[in-house]
Design a protein around this ligand. Structure first.
Ligand code: PRE
Length: 264
């Protein structure tokens, strides 16, 4: 089954089972990128502005690489796609490719949780996945570039997964419009949060991600390559960071959903 979501077809893009299939596929991407990152030490220096001297920039090495990656990817339309959100909007350039015509799927909104995602990534995810109490004491200068490259891949995948919450929210709004209009009009963020929450689905996500971290994180043949990634850290990351921020995206998207509509 090809689970890649078709953003050129509105009804498919808003079908909740298609959206969830996309979230499931992104779990694989995130798990594999985590395994890539976890083979290197924490390398704290790459997250500190000026920690690694960069000619003409006082950004951290990771921010520098992320910004430059976004700049070049903007040229091939990455940020025209409604499921992509930049960390450095000011770095984006006019695409060299012709614009694509996407049907309107999402309502106009300016929700972008990337600052929060990056902060929690640096402060919580990386220390849990790449602990400093290793034999290398958490640093190896020769892996700075590789570590930052893995970070960029991971942050982009996490951002995509989390901002898919907008499609989930739009789909739920379509399903239960009257209920959401009332909650949104009342400014009831907590009520919206409760209405978009599905504990059963969350439990399934956590169970599945644990199995994936354990399975993908161990070599099928070589005993010494077991537990390439701490599955408990991965489950906690989903439970405490990814799912909660996805819900913030859903709630904040819905809070803007009535602008310019008949319900405003
Ligand atoms: O699948 C959904 O319905 C979502 O809203 C996504 C998600 C998640 O982040 O995985 C978030 C909130 C729900 O409680 C369940 C799952």
């Amino acid at each position: 089954m090809d689970a890649a979501i078709d953003l050129t077809d509105r009804s498919k893009a808003l079908d909740l089972s298609n959206i969830r299939a996309q979230l499931i596929r992104l779990e694989d991407t995130i798990t594999f990128h985590l395994i890539e990152r976890a083979q290197f030490p924490h390398n704290k220096t790459i997250y500190v502005p000026g920690g690694v001297p960069i000619p003409g920039s006082d950004l951290s090495l990771m921010d520098y690489l992320l910004q430059e990656q976004e700049r070049i990817q903007s040229r091939v339309r990455r940020y025209e796609s409604p499921d992509e959100h930049p960390f450095f909007p000011q770095a984006l350039e006019t695409p060299i490719l012709e614009p694509l015509q996407y049907p309107q799927i999402l309502w106009a909104n300016d929700v972008n949780e990337n600052e929060t995602i990056k902060k929690r990534y640096i402060e919580e995810i990386i220390p849990a996945v790449c602990p400093t109490n290793r034999v290398d004491r958490g640093a190896s200068q020769e892996n700075y570039g590789s570590s930052a490259s893995a970070d960029v891949n991971l942050l982009q995948a996490l951002s995509r997964r989390i901002h898919f919450g907008k499609f989930v929210a739009e789909s739920k709004f379509q399903q239960e419009t009257d209920k959401f209009v009332q909650l949104i009009k009342a400014g009831d963020r907590q009520g919206i949060d409760e209405a978009i929450t599905n504990m059963k689905v969350e439990q399934l996500v956590l169970k599945r991600i644990e199995t994936k971290a354990q399975t993908y994180g161990s070599d099928p043949v070589l005993e010494e390559y077991r537990n390439k990634i701490d599955s408990e850290a991965v489950v906690n990351m989903y439970k405490n960071i990814i799912i909660p921020i996805t819900k913030v995206v859903e709630v904040e998207y819905l809070m803007q959903r009535l602008k310019g509509t008949q319900w405003e």
